[in-house]
Design a protein around this ligand. Structure first.
Ligand SMILES: NC(=O)c1ccc[n+]([C@@H]2O[C@H](COP(=O)([O-])OP(=O)(O)OC[C@H]3O[C@@H](n4cnc5c(N)ncnc54)[C@H](O)[C@@H]3O)[C@@H](O)[C@H]2O)c1
Length: 324
């Protein structure tokens, strides 16, 4: 199959590129960032890397037209950026999604759309099933623009299917982590903590650290994405992909400290000091993963301790920033 992966040089995208190439597919990764995360694939005869933007409609049209399957993973996906650059976030996470769905629908090309656990917002009734309520905050709060863009993208998937016959699958990720995530000290929580541990700084737990997340290891998640993407039964459905284990952020810091035999102390910082006023936290985040298990048999199998150990070892060996 000829496969286009937007955001193919991102964290999840790079693992997908590797798996799909291993399975004999022709893969094109389109990404605004450089190819650092896919550098081992450069030169492979079935791999093409294009450094470009999903906002470039001409490029998008050419690449979509050549594909049998599209993984639309390009996005602004880290909280600092979507709080500081809401317009850029909406442009990339919503406008480009619409363009891709429109182009794919015209040729009936299947799209696997990367969505997020953020779309459930602050629904207090965890674990969340795919069709559960979404409880989002005010549109004045930038934090919700990411969730809103992704949820609108999902609506468009269903709408394009109904009126234009688009084949699609929606995958909603819950805090994926592993080697090659963000640069140490940037992006999401584990790379941020890791930099602090590796440089013996205090660990900056936001708020009281009682907010929970469910962390899923990248290799498990990649298998889950492929399982639903290649399944006929999974078409036109949305899937939570994550681990059922609920962990507070304070526990995460403590487990990382133990697994890496680190010495840093843990400190608590108010959210407002980190993100300013345009941020609200989500108290609990846990997926119900019965649907993906029922349709494909997939479940996460890597324990948090095991996955963190691999991740810590990776960053420890390569403390230099991954420049992307
Ligand atoms: N990692 C997670 O835990 C998680 C959780 C929920 C949802 N997601 C979703 O999964 C997808 C992949 O996430 P990730 O963790 O790999 O994030 P990532 O930031 O590592 O990857 C996203 C990639 O998109 C690229 N990109 C951004 N703007 C672009 C543009 N205009 N044109 C082309 N490429 C552009 C970035 O350069 C980056 O390489 C995203 O859509 C994200 O919203 C991820």
């Amino acid at each position: 199959m000829r496969i286009l992966i937007t955001g193919g040089a991102g964290f999840l995208g790079s693992y997908l590129c590797e798996s799909l190439i291993r399975d004999g597919n022709e893969v094109t990764a389109l990404d605004l960032a450089g190819p650092e995360r896919v550098k081992d694939l450069l030169g492979h005869k079935k791999f093409t890397f294009i450094q470009g933007s999903v906002l470039d409609k001409k490029l998008l049209k050419e690449e979509v037209g050549k594909s049998d399957l599209i993984f639309h993973f390009a996005a602004i996906a880290n909280p600092q950026t979507y709080v500081l650059k809401p317009l850029t976030t909406l442009e990339i996470d919503l406008r480009a999604t619409l363009d891709i769905l429109e182009l794919a629908a015209a040729k009936s090309i299947k799209v696997v759309f990367a969505s997020t656990s953020e779309i459930y917002g602050r629904n207090p009734n965890v674990p969340w099933k795919e069709d559960d309520e979404r409880v989002l905050g005010s549109t004045k709060i930038n934090r919700w623009c990411y969730a809103t863009a992704k949820a609108a993208g999902e609506h468009y998937c269903y709408a394009y299917r109904q009126q234009k016959g688009l084949p699609f699958v929606i995958v909603r990720f819950f805090n994926v982590y592993g080697p090659r995530e963000d640069d140490p000290g940037t992006g999401r929580v584990i790379p941020i903590f890791l930099k602090q541990f590796l440089t013996k700084e205090k660990i900056s737990v936001h708020g009281d650290g009682k907010q929970t997340r469910s962390f899923a290891y990248i290799d498990d998640v990649t298998k889950g994405i492929l399982a639903v993407s290649l399944s006929k039964k999974a078409e036109y459905m949305s899937f939570n992909i994550g681990s059922k284990r609920e962990t507070t952020i304070l526990e995460l810091a403590q487990i990382m400290k133990k697994m890496g035999r680190f010495e840093s102390e843990i400190a608590f910082i108010p959210h407002v000091e980190v993100f300013g006023e345009s941020y609200e936290d989500i108290p609990r985040r846990v997926p119900n993963v019965d649907r993906i298990k029922e349709i494909t048999g997939w479940k996460a199998t890597t324990s948090l301790e095991e996955g963190l150990k691999i991740t810590i070892d990776y960053y420890r060996k390569r403390p230099e920033t991954i420049k992307v």
